[in-house]
Design a protein around this ligand. Structure first.
Ligand SMILES: Cc1cc2nc3c(=O)[nH]c(=O)nc-3n(C[C@H](O)[C@H](O)[C@H](O)COP(=O)(O)OP(=O)(O)OC[C@H]3O[C@@H](n4cnc5c(N)ncnc54)[C@H](O)[C@@H]3O)c2cc1C
Length: 396
């Protein structure tokens, strides 16, 4: 079992909120622009669209594709033999020296000129963004040197597209040999399976290790209140059962791909960088049991080190300990930071996860039982030993 020290994105990001919201807006508008130009409403990555489609549409609109700025834009799109992956070179985003307002420009169908897809950021906001990127690089570089994993938390839907996109680009950079950077997928959201499938596809096509933490999601009340206040569709699944179904579907999508990689990996036909590492971050015994059964069904063993489990320190030890003893990788999250940041974090966990409080009575009972067992069997200072291979570190 491992302890994983956890701070949320929030301390890093509070000041950068405008940038995250702007970047999330870029992602939204890019999808709209793609549909406007190509007429395709589905995800870009599964669409078979290539640059010819854009050139044809631009010619129809009398936009000169030999204009150097437009030519450069067309040439810089990210695509492979299966088609388009991204309209922009998103890897430019993680280059701390690039200006966001220079990166996100598209040919405007009405004016025929290259124009920014969002209103320009102020110099101060651009500087904040650069600083954030520098800090992220420092963290991920250090983690890679020390061979530890970094789990990037998921936050509210109005920031999350930016966090998720940045994390995926960081994965592309830092997950070349193993999964160091992990993204988080909140299964209480209606769009999560689609987003997860797209990101898995991107990691497969761009050949980097994919790391993901699957959670149910911690901001349900806030999401619903905001959707209600601003009059947009509630992004959260309609019921607890629907969230659980989404969790199961996301897990199966990952297991299916892991099994695929495993069968090819054994014969060295698939590059090892197509590998996947998943953390099941849940305090729900049924979810843990479901995962263990599904792993068995898909022929994925604990020693494959592709699935691990995560619980908060001091919570659900009766789930973590047997998992660890049965050979599964288990991480205990240790909330860490200044008191004024950690206490609100813990109180949020307590209120958002009301069901955990119900489980506490059971935990207290089990702790007493274990204490009694140790006293009666002379194992008061019992310390389990074991060899540990971190999750995602196993080459395929
Ligand atoms: C190691 C770890 C890391 C985590 N990291 C993150 C993170 O990065 N981002 C984040 O948002 N959360 C994170 N969480 C919290 C997580 O999202 C859940 O809030 C928490 O774990 C409770 O879910 P559960 O599966 O453990 O328990 P359960 O009691 O089975 O599930 C409770 C959850 O179900 C969902 N739910 C409840 N009622 C409904 C309803 N009516 N309709 C739809 N859904 C409903 C909610 O998501 C609620 O939190 C993390 C949790 C752990 C253990």
């Amino acid at each position: 079992m491992r302890h994983s020290v956890r701070r949320t994105w929030r301390p890093l990001s509070t000041a950068w909120t405008p940038c995250q919201m702007q970047l999330s807006e870029v992602i939204y508008r890019t999808r709209q622009y793609f549909t406007q130009v190509t007429g395709e409403s589905g995800p870009m990555m599964f669409s078979d669209i290539n640059t010819d489609v854009f050139e044809k549409r631009f010619r129809e609109e009398n936009i000169h594709t030999d204009n150097p700025a437009i030519r450069e834009w067309l040439d810089n799109m990210t695509y492979d033999t299966k088609g388009l992956i991204h309209l922009f070179s998103w890897s430019g985003l993680i280059d701390a020296n690039i200006l966001l307002s220079d990166l996100f420009r598209v040919p405007n169908l009405n004016s025929g000129q290259m124009e920014p897809i969002i209103s320009a950021l102020t110099t101060e906001e651009e500087e904040m963004f650069k600083n954030m990127m520098r800090r992220l690089h420092t963290i991920f570089r250090y983690a890679r040197e020390r061979d530890v994993r970094v789990m990037v938390d998921a936050e509210q839907t109005y920031f999350q597209p930016a966090i998720s996109r940045l994390t995926l680009e960081m994965m592309k950079k830092y997950n070349q040999e193993k999964a160091i950077v992990f993204n988080t997928y909140q299964c209480y959201l209606k769009e999560t399976l689609n987003n997860l499938a797209l990101d898995l596809e991107q990691s497969y096509r761009q050949k980097f290790f994919f790391g993901a933490k699957l959670v149910r999601g911690a901001y349900m009340e806030q999401e619903r209140a905001r959707a209600d206040e601003l009059g947009y569709e509630d992004p959260v699944n309609p019921s607890y059962e629907a969230t659980t179904q989404m969790y199961h579907d996301c897990l199966e999508e990952c297991l299916r791909r892991i099994k695929f990689n495993k069968s090819f990996g054994d014969t060295q036909k698939v590059p090892c960088c197509a590998a996947i590492a998943i953390m099941i971050a849940s305090h729900n015994e049924d979810t843990v049991g479901y995962t263990v059964n599904k792993m068995r069904e898909y022929g994925i063993h604990p020693q494959d080190r592709v699935i691990c489990f995560g619980q908060l320190l001091g919570m659900c030890d009766h789930i973590s300990l047997p998992l660890g003893q049965a050979g599964y990788s288990v991480y205990k999250y240790v909330p860490y930071g200044p008191v004024n940041e950690v206490l609100p974090y813990l109180s949020r966990r307590a209120t958002e996860n009301g069901s955990i409080l119900v489980k506490l009575a059971k935990e207290k009972h089990l702790l007493k039982k274990e204490l009694w067992r140790r006293i009666t069997q002379g194992q008061v200072f019992y310390k389990p030993e074991g060899n540990y291979t971190p999750i995602g570190a196993q080459p395929h």
